[in-house]
Design a protein around this ligand. Structure first.
Ligand SMILES: Nc1ncnc2c1ncn2[C@@H]1O[C@H](COP(=O)(O)OP(=O)(O)OP(=O)(O)O)[C@@H](O)[C@H]1O
Length: 465
């Protein structure tokens, strides 16, 4: 039955082409083992070229055994498999579930990049969907997030697909038994310190005692909400785009235009603004902060500056409002010395490291950030200086040693002023600019491709820095 349901969806949705490479996240549990079996047994004209990724979180005694099991299974089925072990940094994370998730997606992303794969496939199913919606509802999350897990959404350069999202967990178990599929039972699912597990084992069964179809009803609610929000989006999104503009480190709002919209439209414009904050700056605005912005926009006071959250301020200047990042001058340091095998935060959203390749190690909390890196084979200097640019700093452009002032480079490349100010100059002890972060490397630092990489400089930053 399950294979028929999946095939129908594969045909309808055309998630992948025949023989297209996909990466499947396989934990070794029943969901992902069933997914793997289903994918490998699709009719040839719908079957993708399956690759598997497994992350050994080392959180349980049998973690190593599970990893070996997934590897052996893939070997037996001639499926390429990539594994990694999460061995460092657990002790410094407060939310281990979230950190494990970040590590997973980072690894998926890395493998997809290396192997030229654009599609990640995971085994989320209908029960995961119900639990997610309930969890978000109980936690007071946004209306948009109550539409739960999306079956397809953007991920890295491609997308993440959840082919089993409409299938019940019971059906996966039945399929596994029928086809004698081996899997590991996840013992941590019984741990009632996690909200999801309490929902699964206590609260949802209680709700089902009230109405046995409660899960179906929640999914109806989800579908209706999804459609309603899409309709609202059609009307309000163009208005949001007309009155809100993202400037890199600030959001600019046209107050007059905002005031010309109905209060219902204003409500959704603020929701979209909040989403944009999350997406662009990784900052979540509470409901109270959203209300605060709304009141400020409607306020009759023509101009004022108001602290909103951390270093974010709301500033109104007649018909224009800005939500912008104000750096406290005392917290801004503009020069750092980084020794070999050391890393430093340059700001709350940037981290710089200098390492021998085999001693490379980064703080857990930055693993999901974006990065630039530079590798080289010879140690030119035991300390690297990272600092803001100074007048006269020059880049070496080519093998002839031709130099260009950084200020000129910015003009020629039409780099916005705000971005110029956030740039870092990386120098060695010879006082040669090796790198203008995040824009370009000096010619001298461009490595010989045949030499063995021994050292690396890495710059991690939160997206859109
Ligand atoms: N250790 C792992 N290695 C590889 N893939 C995994 C691993 N754990 C989970 N996955 C993949 O992620 C899917 C979701 O797993 P799970 O429900 O445990 O995670 P979640 O944290 O609730 O979800 P998400 O990771 O999407 O936020 C699994 O069905 C599987 O495809």
């Amino acid at each position: 039955m399950l294979e028929k349901k999946l095939l129908k969806e594969v045909k309808e949705n055309q998630w992948w082409k025949k023989e297209e490479k996909i990466l499947v996240g396989v934990s070794g549990g029943v969901d992902s083992m069933v997914l793997l079996d289903l994918l490998l047994n699709l009719p040839a004209e719908y079957r993708p070229k399956v690759h598997v990724a497994h992350i050994n979180h080392q959180l349980r005694e049998i973690s190593d055994e599970e990893e070996a099991f997934v590897m052996q299974y893939c070997l037996n089925h001639q499926v390429p498999v990539f594994t990694t072990t999460w061995s460092e940094g657990k002790e410094i994370t407060s939310n281990i579930e979230q950190a494990a998730r970040d590590i997973r997606y980072l690894f998926f992303h890395e493998i997809m990049g290396k192997k030229g794969i654009n599609k990640l496939v995971t085994a989320h199913h209908r029960n995961d969907q119900v639990e997610t919606i309930l969890m978000r509802l109980l936690n007071g999350n946004s209306l948009q997030s109550l539409t739960g897990i999306q079956q397809v959404r953007a991920f890295g350069n491609g997308e993440i697909i959840r082919p089993l999202l409409l299938q019940k967990k019971d059906w996966l178990y039945e399929y596994a038994i029928e086809r004698d599929i081996p899997y590991y039972e996840d013992e941590s699912n019984k741990d009632l310190t996690y909200m999801r597990n309490r929902l699964r084992t206590k609260i949802i069964p209680d709700l089902k005692a009230e109405n046995s179809r409660v899960e179906e009803h929640l999914l109806w609610f989800r579908d209706d909400l999804h459609i309603s929000l899409a309709l609202i989006e059609e009307v309000v999104r163009p208005k949001y785009e007309a009155c809100v503009c993202f400037l890199g480190n600030a959001f600019k709002i046209d107050v007059e235009l905002f005031m010309s919209y109905s209060s219902k439209e204003q409500h959704f414009i603020l929701n979209y603004l909040s989403e944009a904050f999350q997406k662009e700056k990784d900052v979540s605005l509470s409901r109270r902060q959203q209300q605060q912005i709304w009141q400020n926009l409607l306020s009759e006071r023509p101009n004022f500056d108001y602290p909103l959250k951390e270093q974010w301020y709301f500033k109104k200047d007649y018909q224009q409002a800005l939500i912008y990042l104000k750096n406290k001058p005392s917290e801004v340091k503009d020069s750092f010395n980084v020794s070999l095998n050391e890393g430093k935060y340059l700001s709350k959203e940037e981290w710089f490291g200098f390492f021998e390749v085999d001693k490379y190690c980064i703080p857990q909390e930055i693993t999901s950030w974006d990065k630039h890196e530079m590798t080289f084979s010879e140690l030119l200097s035991e300390t690297i200086t990272v600092r803001k640019r100074l007048p006269g700093d020059r880049l070496i452009l080519n093998e002839k040693g031709q130099k260009k002032k950084i200020s000129r480079y910015f003009i020629d490349e039409k780099i916005a002023t705000a971005k110029r100010d956030s740039a870092w100059v990386v120098k060695d002890q010879e006082d040669i600019v090796k790198w203008l972060l995040p824009f370009r490397e000096s010619y001298l630092s461009i490595r010989d491709e045949t030499a063995k990489i021994q050292y690396k400089l890495v710059y991690y930053y939160k997206k859109d820095k």
